[in-house]
Design a protein around this ligand. Structure first.
Ligand SMILES: *Cc1c(COP(=O)(O)O)cnc(C)c1O
Length: 374
């Protein structure tokens, strides 16, 4: 079956003994124990497993082409679980412009517990190679990166990891492209990270995250343990909502891709725009790598007007339709002066504006941008 079909039909029958086409929400925290005693993999207690969570995990694993998935209460909780599956003293390589929340989590939480990390520029494979150490256990890829939209060659990084004498896992944060536009497992990655708060949820009303694994290996078993015993699990209601949203993911992404490309082309021709970062534009420095691993270029655009930080904040302040908000992936367009959201340790230029292109008519967005840019 093709992606669109799988998105609509996968997971519906898991833990759904009734004939309901749409499974009910199962708020129960407890599940009856078999008369003969506990069975392996019974639901037992909702922190360990819940029908709605199993449905969503099956759905997201199917769409990424992985063997299994673990859903979490946020993207950061999922990212933390992936790192907690490593040992103290292990080393990771992570992008210098990684999603700011993950940078803070690594620096202020995981490094205190003995994780070693190098935050580096990752568009150049030789730079990654030169940072590999005997204790390197994980290479973290975020492509396109946030908000500089740098593209990292997933196949190149995966080959590099596999060519080492010890096992190095490659994790790809696939939140921005989603499996509609990019399938990291096809390029050799081992794990995929998602903030499902973004395009999977798609309507700016669910917080969630997931780790998908290509193979059910020991590392994933440890991630599952952290999910169940760390306890950062999503509610049955949120899982149900996420599955509902995911049924339309393919069509929403097609709209985001199409509208963002139109707006990116408009912005790239605007006299006040000094620099624009959108991987679908031929002018993007890693456009060729993007074409190799992405089938669509997503709904996110970053650009830098030729102006000061203050003027940049004023531009964002003038929009009437595009809402001023952080985050991304909703049906409504949002934008922000990104440096203000990232704060300490950010390498984002102070005149960078990041837009999440929604599903409004793109000409209405362009009218609003015309007004704001002046
Ligand atoms: C939002 C985001 C996260 C963090 O997810 P939360 O659900 O906010 O915890 C991680 N990575 C990327 C790329 C994101 O955009």
């Amino acid at each position: 079956m093709r992606f669109e079909t799988k998105a609509i039909h996968s997971g519906l029958s898991i833990g759904n003994p009734s004939s309901a086409i749409i499974p009910p929400i199962s708020p129960s925290t407890i599940f009856e124990i078999d008369a003969e005693g506990r069975k392996e993999n019974d639901l037992h207690y909702t922190r360990l497993a819940n029908p709605n969570r199993l449905q969503f995990e099956h759905l997201i694993a199917t769409l990424e082409g992985g063997e299994n998935a673990a859903a979490f209460s946020s993207g950061i909780a999922a990212a933390t679980a992936a790192l907690q599956a490593l040992e103290p003293g292990d080393h990771i390589i992570i992008p210098e412009d990684v999603y700011a929340g993950n940078r803070k989590m690594v620096q202020k939480i995981m490094m205190r517990w003995g994780l070693e990390a190098d935050f580096i520029e990752m568009t150049d494979l030789s730079n990654i190679e030169s940072h590999i150490r005997p204790n390197t256990k994980l290479i973290w890829v975020e492509t396109p990166s946030n908000p500089l939209m740098r593209i990292t060659d997933i196949a190149g990084v995966s080959e590099l990891a596999k060519s080492q004498s010890h096992k190095i896992h490659v994790i790809v944060d696939n939140t921005w492209p989603t499996p509609v536009n990019q399938l990291p497992f096809e390029h050799g990655a081992d794990l995929v990270l998602h903030s499902t708060s973004k395009y999977f949820g798609g309507h700016s009303d669910i917080l969630g995250g997931a780790i998908v694994t290509k193979h059910e290996d020991d590392l994933f078993a440890q991630i599952r343990l952290t999910q169940q015993m760390g306890g950062a699990v999503p509610s049955p209601q949120d899982c149900w909502m996420l599955s509902r949203s995911t049924r339309t993911l393919a069509y929403r992404m097609k709209g985001h891709n199409e509208h963002a490309e139109k707006v990116a082309r408009y912005l790239s021709g605007h006299r006040k725009v000094a620099e624009i970062y959108y991987p679908g534009l031929e002018s993007h420095p890693q456009h060729e790598t993007a074409k190799k691993q992405m089938t669509g270029f997503g709904g996110m655009i970053s650009f830098m007007p030729d102006c000061s930080e203050k003027e940049c904040i004023e531009i964002v302040g003038r929009s009437k339709l595009i809402k001023r908000a952080t985050s991304l992936g909703g049906v409504e367009s949002t934008w922000e002066h990104r440096f203000s959201s990232e704060g300490e340790g950010s390498i984002t230029p102070k005149n960078l504006i990041r837009i999440s292109i929604g599903l409004e008519h793109p000409d209405d967005l362009i009218d609003d941008l015309e007004l704001a840019l002046g």
